[in-house]
Design a protein around this ligand. Structure first.
Ligand SMILES: *[C@@H]1O[C@H](CO)[C@@H](O)[C@H](O)[C@H]1NC(C)=O
Ligand SMILES: *[C@@H]1O[C@H](CO)[C@@H](O)[C@H](O)[C@H]1NC(C)=O
Ligand SMILES: *[C@@H]1O[C@H](CO)[C@@H](O)[C@H](O)[C@H]1NC(C)=O
Ligand SMILES: *[C@@H]1O[C@H](CO)[C@@H](O)[C@H](O)[C@H]1NC(C)=O
Ligand SMILES: *[C@@H]1O[C@H](CO)[C@@H](O)[C@H](O)[C@H]1NC(C)=O
Ligand SMILES: *[C@@H]1O[C@H](CO)[C@@H](O)[C@H](O)[C@H]1NC(C)=O
Length: 337
């Protein structure tokens, strides 16, 4: 009777195959310390590392970053953070994988700053995969938690963006805390960019002046999934799609909600060893930020299928890209950090 189980065990194993190498995984009952530079997990192919990254004076966040372009502590391209809004002390802070299966980040005073709130009756381990996904698995191959499910401001190739996902920009060039611009699926199933400031919020992409179908979007599919494949093809269930300017395999890419409010796809140029923009939502170079400067002092409740957008207003010098056909490459905007 054991035979029919084998294919099942194998397929689960493929989802989450235990690794016993200490450089890419952390076993239950062990920890990574902010004070030990060697306490990083590195993906088997060396593309990504996860560990404590400085975010300010004596302030650290547990993060995942690209190892290319070559970086030191202050220049790594960060793709994910556990505790962006609450950095920890540069001394005594640790990331623990408890025997119970909970992954916990504790500050110097043993205060829990972040945790996955997972539990497992059998031993678990934490592993950094080649695609930059940090996965918490149990020894039977079940995924308890993965960083791909809670992106910060970056979406990596093959990482699914769904109705629970949000990309939120950084606060400023040197401050990794949550900022004001977000990518998310709106309640009408359309992928949107929204400004969410302290006083008000407004959707600015697709253009507030267009009906959804006029912007090429479909509201009919409530699956709400978007993904960038390894070729550089981004496609969403609302029919929004674009191809990277350097469409093709074997190129490191990331889709990032930038702090100026633009959504950009970056590709790592093998020639210059730097990130270059291979697609962006708005063509115009941004020299400022989106400043929604006018808001009607009342709001509407929208009724399907009519959407009225006039409470929202944007600075007029920004024109949306007609994304289906226009590909472009502007190296001057390649400032992903
Ligand atoms: C980042 O910005 C937040 C919100 O304004 C602020 O509370 C925090 O102190 C800033 N962090 C740093 C390192 O400057
Ligand atoms: C999605 O896009 C395709 C090709 O552009 C078009 O043929 C199709 O009608 C669109 N679907 C919806 C629901 O708008
Ligand atoms: C919605 O999108 C998913 C994923 O692309 C697809 O499998 C499904 O058939 C779509 N549903 C409709 C009603 O178009
Ligand atoms: C991009 O992906 C979508 C959805 O999987 C597919 O329909 C489309 O043909 C792809 N485009 C290219 C150029 O591969
Ligand atoms: C991509 O990389 C793989 C493995 O490194 C290699 O086998 C393949 O030929 C490469 N493909 C292209 C199009 O360069
Ligand atoms: C980039 O900036 C340089 C110098 O500021 C300028 O000469 C060049 O035209 C710019 N290129 C693009 C594509 O904007």
């Amino acid at each position: 009777m054991a035979t029919p189980l084998i294919p099942l065990v194998l397929s689960l194993g493929l989802l989450c195959f235990p690794s016993f190498s200490s450089s890419d995984s952390l076993r239950a009952g062990s920890s990574l310390s902010v004070e030990t530079p060697a306490d990083v997990l590195t993906s088997p192919d060396g593309s990504f590392s996860a560990g404590f990254h400085p975010v300010g004076q004596n302030a650290y966040s547990f993060a995942i970053w690209f190892n290319k372009p070559t970086c030191d502590a202050n220049s790594c391209t960060i793709v994910w953070m556990a505790n962006r809004d609450q950095p920890v002390n540069g001394r005594f802070s640790k990331l623990y994988l408890l025997k119970s299966g909970n992954l916990v980040l504790k500050d110097a005073g043993h205060i829990i700053v972040w945790e996955t709130k997972t539990m497992s009756p059998i031993p678990s381990y934490l592993k950094l995969e080649n695609g930059g996904n940090l996965i918490l698995c149990d020894m039977e191959g079940r995924i308890l938690w993965q960083s791909y499910d809670s992106p910060t401001d970056t979406l990596l190739p093959s990482q699914q963006f769904n109705e629970n996902s949000k990309l939120v920009s950084m606060r400023s060039q040197r401050n990794y805390s949550s900022g004001y611009y977000q990518l998310y699926f709106d309640t009408d199933n359309v992928l949107c960019l929204v400004y969410k400031g302290p006083e008000f919020s407004s959707v600015y992409w697709p253009s507030p002046w267009l009906l959804r179908w006029e912007a090429g979007r479909s509201t009919f599919n409530n699956t709400k999934i978007a993904v960038l494949d390894s070729w550089g093809n981004f496609s969403s269930t609302d029919n929004f799609t674009f191809l990277s300017a350097d469409y093709g395999l074997n190129i490191s890419r990331m889709l990032k909600m930038d702090l100026d409010g633009n959504l950009r796809l970056y590709s790592l140029s093998e020639d210059t060893k730097a990130w270059v923009v291979s697609w962006q939502a708005f063509l115009q170079p941004f020299h400022g930020k989106f400043e929604p400067f006018f808001l009607q002092p009342f709001s509407f409740s929208f009724s399907f299928p009519f959407y009225i957008y006039f409470p929202f207003f944007l600075t007029p010098n920004i024109s949306p890209v007609h994304y289906q056909n226009d590909y472009f490459y502007n190296q001057n905007n390649s400032t992903p950090i």
